[in-house]
Design a protein around this ligand. Structure first.
Ligand code: AP5
Length: 224
């Protein structure tokens, strides 16, 4: 079977992490989320984390050179040789070009860019209510997907917390960064015929179902 090399595009809060959690189980793909990688680096106070922190605290993107090498090492690792799912990368034209040329050098190609579409109002509503489990990153929403017991993860019992960049003014800033620097990538991948769009304002189950059907079709086409 051929490789499934995928990436998500979409505004903060569109549901990329939510959908990724389902896809990696279903398609058995290694999952590389740059936000998670950077937050872990900040927590560990590694050199990467120390350099990234000030940008992340403001809701700015971190400079391209901080993240490109990290992601290309993952993509070029043994565990990703049958495919991968990228979430949060690329986020600038420079990152997209680095990924294109990195894959070229490895003799590989992207299978699809999965674009999750949601309005700014919906994104703000989702991020203001998002809660995340401290231990394993399981996602909840205080209204849309509440845990059985307030503040506690249903799946592993750990504490639920709010991300510091989910405060309303930082969410607005992140959205500005998205529209200015990341949204142009939809055209970049559309020109290559790789874009598949999903209405991310539908229920998480509906979105997952639509993505799953699309990927199965792509695989069948690839095998034909
Ligand atoms: P990152 O962690 O990547 O954040 P983001 O792109 O802003 O995306 P989010 O994680 O906020 O949202 P999501 O789309 O995953 O939504 P989720 O599934 O959680 O990046 C953080 C920072 O790191 C950046 O600001 C930047 O500083 C830095 N960074 C990262 N990558 C970088 C890069 N490549 N270059 C430079 N800097 C980089 O869902 C949100 C909520 O909605 C949840 O509560 C969920 O339960 C709920 N929900 C989800 N789907 C649905 C649905 N269908 N219906 C109802 N509710 C739903």
């Amino acid at each position: 079977m051929n490789e499934l090399n995928l990436l998500f595009l979409g505004p903060p809060g569109a549901g990329k992490g939510t959908q990724a959690g389902r896809l990696v189980e279903q398609f058995d793909l290694p999952y590389y989320a740059t936000g998670d990688i950077l937050r872990a680096a900040v927590k560990e106070e590694s050199e990467l984390g120390q350099r990234a922190k000030e940008y992340m605290d403001r809701g700015d993107l971190v400079p391209d050179e901080l993240i490109i090498e990290v992601i290309m090492e993952h993509v070029d690792s043994g565990e990703a040789e049958d495919g991968f799912l990228l979430d949060g990368f690329p986020r600038t034209v420079g990152q997209a070009e680095a990924l294109d040329s990195g894959l070229d050098r490895l003799g590989r190609r992207l299978t699809a860019a999965l674009v999750l579409e949601a309005t700014d109002d919906e994104v703000v509503r989702r991020l203001s209510g998002r809660r995340i489990c401290e231990e394993n990153g399981h996602l909840f929403h205080v209204e849309l997907d509440p845990p059985e017991k307030e503040g506690v993860c249903d799946r592993d019992g750990s504490k639920l917390t709010q991300r510091s960049d989910d405060e309303p003014d930082k969410v607005k800033h992140r959205l500005g960064e998205y529209h200015e620097k990341t949204e142009p990538l939809v055209e970049h991948y559309d020109d290559k015929g790789l874009v598949h769009r999903f209405d991310a304002e539908r229920s998480a189950d509906d979105v997952a179902d639509h993505i799953s059907k699309t990927l199965r079709t792509l695989r069948l086409e690839d095998e034909a």
